[in-house]
Design a protein around this ligand. Sequence first.
Ligand SMILES: C[S@@+](CC[C@H](N)C(=O)[O-])C[C@H]1O[C@@H](n2cnc3c(N)ncnc32)[C@H](O)[C@@H]1O
Length: 212
Amino acid sequence: MELVHSLAEQYAAAHSTAPDAVCTELIETTLKEHRHAHMLCSPEQGKLLEFISCMIQPVHVLEIGTFTGYTAICLAKGLQTHGSLHTIELREADAATAKEYIRKAGLDNKIVVHTGDARTILPQLNYTWDLVFIDADKVGYIEYYELTLQQLRQGGFILADNVLFHGQVLEHPVKGKNPEAVDAFNQHVRNDSRVEQVMVTIRDGLSLIRKL
Ligand SMILES: C[S@@+](CC[C@H](N)C(=O)[O-])C[C@H]1O[C@@H](n2cnc3c(N)ncnc32)[C@H](O)[C@@H]1O
């Protein structure tokens, strides 16, 4: 299902600042060489994440689902000078690619890549988060949300990607493991009095969730 008209997406891309040289190389290499390249965030969404981070000016950022490192680099651009970003990736090959580009971007002193399952690594990260980006396996979204909300500062933000899941959450009834998990996550957040949220219909849907 086309969620955003392709002409609108092309127009938005043509009127948005392009990624920098390192991110352009990372995007091109991932698109050319990675068999799961569809998991890469779009340049416009990458720029939006960068802008959100620059607006918040976080000290501690957490990303769940590094892939090849593009969104980690975008989110790190808003960090305060003494800040750091922790990102978790299950697959070693992707974590290695991410480290390579993080080094090329000159951010290896700010971004820590953890390789392994977020369910194991998250409890080991003892930080108060200002900003969290959830972009890993969809069946884990509620668990990641609950684990990170505890450690999110009051007024901090959780961003959750793919909340429209290719339009499959719009079907009645919602069918399939991932669409059902995303729909359950969206309902979980909507019914949570600890937060307020807005769902943005960029690309595959991005929820901005603020802890009250
Ligand atoms: C949609 S991609 C992330 C894309 C990335 N944020 C970007 O646009 O640059 C999701 C990533 O989450 C990783 N992942 C899936 N399950 C995970 C888990 N349980 N723990 C850590 N990473 C996981 C996958 O290996 C994959 O690389």
